[in-house]
Design a protein around this ligand. Structure first.
Ligand SMILES: C[C@@H](c1ccc(Cl)cc1)n1cnc(-c2ccccc2)c1-c1c(C(=O)NCCN2CCN(C3CCCCC3)CC2)[nH]c2cc(Cl)ccc12
Length: 100
């Protein structure tokens, strides 16, 4: 019925489609599929940083991504998780809306 059709599209409306370089990073962290919510993108990027041990063990808010594909995407050698702006700028460049 109409309300079901509406609910299906609402479920889709907040999906984003990562461009290929970002999708490869998310898949390396265990992501399946090609569209995600922003929350899922952030979760998989966090997992990627953990799995690739890109964070400093002593200063755990510092991420050293130079030499990693993540650093290529961000255009940074390092960043602090306390200042998410470089990450959001990268996402603006690497996410397209997956709205139907
Ligand atoms: C608030 C949030 C955040 C989220 C987005 C942004 Cl742009 C900044 C900050 N955050 C706070 N610390 C981290 C973090 C720190 C070191 C290593 C991995 C993650 C995160 C990040 C998450 C995440 O999904 N975080 C869940 C809880 N985290 C706590 C920290 N935990 C680890 C900290 C290092 C030691 C082991 C536990 C992992 C789970 N996703 C991210 C993706 C990126 Cl591109 C960068 C950072 C994060």
């Amino acid at each position: 019925a109409a309300e079901n059709a509406c609910r299906i599209t609402l479920g889709q409306v907040n999906q984003v489609r990562p461009k290929l370089p970002l999708l490869k990073i998310l898949q390396a962290a265990g992501a399946q599929g090609e569209t995600f919510t922003l929350k899922e993108v952030m979760h998989y990027l966090g997992q990627y940083i953990m799995v690739r041990q890109l964070y400093d063990k002593r200063q755990q808010h510092m991420v050293y991504c130079g030499g990693d594909q993540l650093g290529e995407l961000l255009g940074l050698e390092s960043f602090s998780v306390k200042d998410p702006s470089p990450v959001y700028d990268m996402l603006k460049r690497n996410l397209t809306s997956a709205a139907l």
